[in-house]
Ligand binder design. Sequence first.
Ligand SMILES: [Zn+2]
Length: 411
Amino acid sequence: MPIALILVDALSPTYVSRSTLPSIVDLARDGFTGPLANLYAYRGIEATLFTGRFPSEHGVWGEFRPSLGAERASDRLMRLMIRAGDLLPADRLRFDARYIAHRLNRSHQPLPTVNLIPPRLLSRFSRSVETPIGQPGSLGLHRTLFDELRAARRPFELVGYPVVGRDEQIVPHVRMRLHQADRPDFWYIKFSALDTLGHRYGPDTLRLGPALAKLDRQLAELFAMLQSAYPGGEIDLIVVSDHGMSRVSRTFDIRPLLKRANLELGRDYLYFLDSTTIRMWSESQRVLEAFARCLADQPDLRILDADARAGLHLPDDDSSGDLLVALDEGNVVFPDFFRRQTPPAGMHGYAFVQSPSGLPFLAVGPALAALLPSDRRLSHVDVWALMRRRLNLAERRDAQLANESVCTFSS
Ligand SMILES: [Zn+2]
């Protein structure tokens, strides 16, 4: 059975009701709508959805990881440009300056510029995933659903950034694609607008009302178009989100603490400030301990030791830091490497989520709901298993992996 997986970035379960998103409620009538288990990861969520493996296995966790290797001359030039751009008076202008620098840099693996990582740290980090998820071998040894479809010579289509720049372009793009030959067996369609708005307004369905109404119109049109394009309406529609949106109630500035501990960036440590997570690297155990002591009397955060990391399925490598600090839900690091000017009203990426609005979401019709386990909270891994089953890929995986390992060992 063909499938359209429609991922709505940051769609919270609390946004979905008959009055806000009737298209989703109708799709899932007598089926399943509800929360999924929280997955503590950033870039890694998509990798889990398309491999059925946790970050501890596929290795993708944050948006950025520490990078090895020396800085290239072109990167050095770009860093200088970004340093100049960072003098601009607003985050929006700083982002634009970085975007321009990013477009000008033609090196193979450009610096991770489209954010606010301090210029002098730019060469110390690289993106966790350099290859878009649908590309062959995007996750190395771990075969994605796209790798499996490709091997089975089944056509698929990805509709999201950068194929479309804005959500409004999704429906026209799908319509255009449906006019071509070889109708896809699998669609991955990604709506992005809600994430930005959730950060700006928080998980507030009143303020998000116009955006939800617009999304509902786009979804209704998309569902109808896909169902009429496949004979007998024979296509499975899945609506899923990567994460929800938690209300932010407190900001946490890390800089005074570091100053008080007399620790100096570059000399003593390297750090990365995600909104919900502080990662610190240092060769000195003394530095790590000093910082941990400073944090000990801070409320609403916790240092995740090896056991806690394993329990959260984090990769056991240097990507999650020598010291990993997770903020409790509702707290954000501010300023961080993504925002300097205005703190967000909503955030995701928490290790532990208690609020219903912070969890990811799933909606499927009755035929698919009947195949889902009913004895526990569902996860993105269950969505992956469901997709493979409906695409008849269930038997293929092990055979392929066996083949692959034969090739690997014999080469
Ligand atoms: Zn976001």
